[in-house]
Design a binder for this molecule. Sequence first.
Ligand SMILES: O=C(O)CCC(=O)C(=O)O
Ligand SMILES: [Fe+2]
Length: 249
Amino acid sequence: MGAFSEDQHRKPRRDDSHSSAFWRFKENGALVIRDFLPSKQIAVLTRRAASVFAELDQLVNSHPIERIEKLLPDGVLFRPRVSSVSLSAMQLETSALVQTVATNINRSVPDKELQTKHFLSDEAWLRRQFPSHLAPPFHRPHSWHQDGALGLNYHTMTHEGGIDTRRILTCWLALTPCGKHAPGLAVNPVSRSHIVPIHRLLQSVSPVDTPTLAAGDAILLDGGTLHKTHIAQGMTAQRLSIEFRFEKG
Ligand SMILES: O=C(O)CCC(=O)C(=O)O
Ligand SMILES: [Fe+2]
């Protein structure tokens, strides 16, 4: 277990846990938050997520892959190669859920500059990842990237409708256990405020943390923090996760 997730106390003392979480987040650009949502709520989300993917799998089995998005409700995006679909496909009371997520983030890392401002609903995703031997042939894991580079054209190094690295905050929520038996996230625990050029993303990145998460644990990622899907040999299970993205205050 590496630096950014080494504080493993499930019930830290309230008084100093918050400021130490803040400093770890400032230094590492990432923070594991245990028990981010209660297990009852996670169970409901996981059931809903599983039924969304069951429907998508049926569509994938009976239609050309490039036609599937057209069969989904308006505004629902589907990225079959990374098995990701807009959070709106879950038809949740999104505003209540997002409010809870924002409140929990703001409580976990209480600092003015980190307060969540806008929920970026178009960049909220339900995701599934597979161990290599169970992945559909067209599927692939996410490679190294910074969420703050969303919408960035790496050739011109300009944002096209994307948000500045320094202003994006991602809350990556595990709906199923992951990191050990199922693909999790690999994180380079280094705070960065600049975009890393594409050729450096293609090289090896270190150090790397690959935290083991329980269902309901979350990883908070600053927009400049490098991360990718963590897949290792011997993994046996799929993983479901939700990505909430916010613009910081
Ligand atoms: O869920 C994953 O494996 C990585 C997803 C991710 O980091 C992203 O899409 O920004
Ligand atoms: Fe990401």
